[in-house]
Design a protein around this ligand. Structure first.
Ligand code: TA6
Length: 301
C-alpha cells in the first residue's frame, strides 16, 4: 500500500493536488483548482466529491453517514462496481458490485493542463477467478471525466460487468426528471418483471426506482429545475444505464442514506455494462468505458 508520504512525494501538484489521511487511515486526494474542487479516496479509487467553481452546490452527493474507512464501501460519490455489477453471477456469498470499490488502488500518475487535474489509478486483481486489471483515470475541471479500462491478463475469455455507480446531488427526487432514455428497453428490478419494459417519456420518480436500461449508448440529462441546472451525462463504451432511487422505505432499511431524508437529494445514474450488455473479453483484450459529466446552469424560468 502506498504511504501518504510516498503519494505526496510522487504525485502532489503544488497546492492543486495534495494527499491527506483521515483518522481511520484513509488516504484522500484533495484537488483544488480555479476550475473545480474534488476529493478521491485511494480505497476504491472512489470519488467522494466534485464541485465546479461556478456552482454553489456540489454536483455529486455523499451521505453524511458515509464510512470513510479503508476497505469499506462508501455511500455516495462514485463507487466503482467491477468486475461484476450487482450480485455475483455464480456466488451469492461474494460482495455485491465486486471487489474494486473496497480494494486499495495504486496511484499511477498525476498531471495538470489548462487547470484540469488528471489523476490515474490502477488495480491488479488478486482473485484467481479474475486474472485482470483495471485502470481508472480522472480529469477534474469544469467537467468531470472518468475512463475505466479493463485488461484480461488470462488465457481464457473473461466475463465482466461494471458500472460507474454515480450519486448525483439534486434538489429533490420528486422535482427532477431524467431525459434521453425514451423508447429504451429496461429491466425493472423493483417489480422483477419477467420481460423488459420500454421507457415512454422522461423518467420521473414517485416510488422506489431500480432499472437497468439496456442497449443504451446514448447520453442522458438530469433536468433539475430546483437547482436551476441540468447535469449532462455523455459516455462511450457503455451500453447500459442504471437508474436508482431507493425511496423512503428502502432508504430507512439501508440506514446510511443520511438523516432528514437525505435520499431525496440524490439520484443514481450509472454508466454501465451489465445484464444483456455484460462484456466477454478475449485473452489480452482490453475494454474502455468513458463518461463525462457537465453541469449546465438553466436560465431563470
Ligand atoms: O445500482 C442500483 C443498486 O444495484 C440497487 O439495487 C442498490 O442495491 C444500490 O445499487 C446500492 O447497492 P450497495 O451495494 O452500494 O448498497
Amino acid at each position: 500500500m502506498q504511504s501518504l508520504q510516498h503519494v505526496n512525494q510522487q504525485f502532489a501538484l503544488t497546492d492543486k493536488l495534495q494527499f491527506s489521511q483521515n483518522a481511520h487511515g484513509l488516504i484522500i486526494a484533495e484537488i483544488t483548482s480555479a476550475q473545480a474542487s474534488a476529493r478521491i479516496s485511494l480505497s476504491g479509487a472512489h470519488l467522494l466529491s466534485w464541485q465546479p467553481a461556478d456552482l454553489d452546490t456540489p454536483a455529486i452527493w455523499l451521505s453524511e453517514q458515509a464510512n470513510l474507512i479503508p476497505g469499506k464501501s462508501i455511500r455516495g460519490g462514485i463507487p466503482v462496481c467491477w468486475p461484476w455489477f450487482g450480485p455475483h453471477p455464480q456466488d451469492g456469498t461474494l460482495p455485491a458490485h465486486g471487489f474494486a470499490r473496497t480494494s486499495q488502488w495504486q496511484v499511477t500518475h498525476s498531471g495538470i493542463a489548462n487547470d484540469v487535474i488528471t489523476l490515474g489509478f490502477e488495480l491488479q486483481s488478486s482473485d484467481s477467478n479474475y486474472p485482470c486489471s483495471a485502470r481508472l483515470e480522472y480529469k477534474i475541471g469544469p467537467q468531470l471525466e472518468l475512463t475505466l479500462t479493463t485488461h484480461n491478463h488470462g488465457s481464457q475469455a473473461l466475463t465482466i460487468s461494471e458500472a460507474m455507480h454515480t450519486y448525483f446531488h439534486i434538489s429533490d427526487i420528486a422535482d427532477i426528471q431524467l431525459q434521453g432514455l425514451n423508447n429504451v428497453a429496461y429491466w425493472d428490478k423493483v417489480s422483477n418483471h419477467p420481460a423488459t419494459m420500454t421507457q415512454q417519456q422522461a423518467v420521473q420518480f414517485s416510488a422506489e426506482t431500480d432499472r437497468v436500461y439496456i442497449n443504451s449508448p446514448q447520453a442522458c440529462t438530469i433536468h433539475d429545475p430546483g437547482l436551476k441546472r441540468d447535469i449532462q451525462i455523455n459516455k462511450t463504451g457503455s451500453l447500459s444505464t442504471v437508474v436508482w432511487s431507493p425511496w423512503y422505505e428502502k432508504a430507512e432499511r439501508m440506514g446510511d442514506l443520511g438523516a432528514n431524508n437525505g435520499w431525496r437529494q440524490m439520484v443514481c445514474v450509472e454508466s454501465a455494462n451489465a445484464f444483456d450488455n455484460t462484456l466477454i473479453l478475449a485473452p489480452d483484450q482490453t475494454h474502455t468505458l468513458n463518461v463525462n459529466y457537465q453541469v449546465k446552469k438553466l436560465d431563470d424560468f
